[in-house]
Design a protein around this ligand. Structure first.
Ligand SMILES: Cc1ncc(COP(=O)(O)O)c(C=O)c1O
Length: 464
């Protein structure tokens, strides 16, 4: 069958916010053309992130009601711990309020100033938490990842030759090594099982503990099953278990593949590091049996970690990103290939070649998408990574992307069809889109709060 069906029925609904073109213009002007500054109630399709935006299931909501909200030793913790242990095989399970809290604790207890930590690509919170310790965060992603149009199926792989020489050159300075699955920074691209096995063997050969950033472990395992020769007959659960067995620990943001709105954990086998992590956890997150979460959050994660491995769900999810990417491509909108797990990335540099990087083609597209139909997406390009070089020049980002991240179980096939149609209208006006000027640039993480103005007033002429 060609039709994608959502493998769930709807029990609770939330009305979608609809706005008129005139209202959208008022809202976006008030937000200084920055979609992060919009009120979510003025957004019809919110594709800003897949993190914490999951629709939870009836099983999760009912598990939450049966949670034991005790300060210490809650039954919910034991249930949660058992689920995590049986999936990952890791001895120590330390709940945290979200992924970056697990990262902060891990790097604070396991690294020292002057050391370095390799990965495929560190996610930005991971990098920030490593660098905060005075430690270098190094990206060793495979070469194929740099070509947005390459169809290479595993752009989350680590370059093994580079890793080997890195470990030799930095012998004694690498307290742990990582791999992010899927590789969010590189477009939600998976790492192959063969690559994870080889990375694990290299880390072990050099005596370096291996930690996975496992936020999207289920999507990664599903893409291994679908794309990697020899894996098609294995269940996603079996593949996920093998992936975890190759590592010594993981950080996890439950807001992705644990299908919850808040929660995360740190897990590992090393008794000594785990002991230190628990002590720090008590200081900053809470007692080790709740660690920054309510017991009901632990219950929801325990159920979510099971539901996410339902292959019908994963089939629907991956079919949706593929379908959206194909729909955009058919309307002349190029996307990063192949589509990854949680998002479709529009290649704004290729779509709007007449807008120079300094005028933020990705952000111009974000503006047009909102004004056209209330779609909110996220620029990942020169707004985020561009720099004035101090001599009147501008260092552009390597890519100019617009990420359409798909919240889990939230939108249906007809929503996606509608979005594709709206994007067709955006595409028909592409030659009329112009650039933006950044009128206010905050010193850190500019994309969150920067302000923009339209070059030649194109926004008013086109949408006013
Ligand atoms: C790959 C990756 N690692 C870590 C994190 C951080 O997780 P959290 O937002 O729960 O702190 C994210 C969040 O988007 C992520 O995508």
């Amino acid at each position: 069958m060609d039709t994608i069906i959502e493998p769930f029925m709807i029990k609770t609904v939330e009305a979608m916010p609809f706005t008129s073109p005139g209202e959208r213009m008022i809202h976006l002007r008030a937000a200084h053309l920055n979609a992060f500054l919009l009120h979510a109630d003025h957004v019809t399709f919110d594709f800003l992130t897949d993190s914490g935006t999951t629709a939870m299931s009836d099983r999760q909501w009912s598990a939450m009601l049966s949670a034991g909200e005790s300060y210490a030793g809650s039954r919910s913790y034991w249930r949660f711990k058992k689920v995590v242990q049986s999936l990952t095989g890791f001895q120590h399970v330390i709940p945290t309020h979200q992924g970056r809290a697990a990262e902060r604790i891990l790097f604070q207890v396991a690294t020292e100033k002057g050391q370095c930590v390799p990965s495929n690509n560190h996610f930005d919170t991971t990098r920030a938490n490593i660098e905060y310790q005075g430690v270098a965060a190094d990206d060793l992603v495979c070469v194929e990842a740099h070509d947005a149009q390459s169809e290479f199926p595993f752009k989350g792989n680590i370059d093994l030759e580079r890793l080997e020489s890195y470990l030799v050159e930095n012998a004694g300075r690498v307290p742990l090594g990582m791999q992010t699955i899927t590789n969010n920074t590189g477009g939600g691209q998976p790492a192959s099982l063969a690559n994870i096995r080889a990375v694990s063997a290299l880390y072990r050969k050099h005596g370096v503990p291996f930690f996975l950033d496992a936020c999207r472990f289920a999507e990664n395992a599903y893409m291994i099953q679908q794309r990697e020769p020899g894996q098609a007959d294995r269940s996603v659960r079996e593949i996920a278990r093998e992936v975890f067995s190759l590592a010594d620990g993981c950080t996890m943001s439950g807001k992705k593949d644990a299908l919850v709105n808040m929660g995360g954990f740190l897990a590992m086998n090393d008794d000594e590091i785990a002991g230190r992590a628990r002590n720090l956890l008590i200081l900053t997150e809470g007692f080790p049996t709740y660690g920054g979460c309510a017991a009901r959050d632990l219950e929801a994660m325990a159920v979510g970690l099971d539901e996410v491995l339902d292959e019908r769900y994963l089939e629907y999810r991956m079919a949706t990103t593929r379908y959206l990417a194909q729909g955009l491509n058919e309307r002349g909108i190029p996307t990063m290939q192949p589509p990854g797990g949680h998002a479709v990335y529009i290649d704004a540099k290729a779509f709007l070649p007449h807008i120079p990087a300094r005028q933020y083609p990705g952000q111009a597209l974000v503006v047009a998408m909102y004004l056209e139909g209330g779609i909110r997406a996220c620029e990942i390009g020169s707004v985020m990574f561009g720099r004035d070089d101090g001599a009147g020049g501008f260092e552009a980002s390597e890519h100019e992307l617009v990420r359409i991240a798909l919240p889990r179980r939230r939108y249906t096939q007809s929503h996606i069809d509608f979005v594709i149609e709206l994007m067709g209208t955006v595409a028909s006006r592409r030659d009329d889109l112009k650039g933006l000027v950044m009128t206010e640039r905050p010193p850190l993480l500019p994309h969150f709060t920067a302000r923009f103005a339209a070059v030649d007033d194109w926004v008013d002429s086109l949408y006013g």
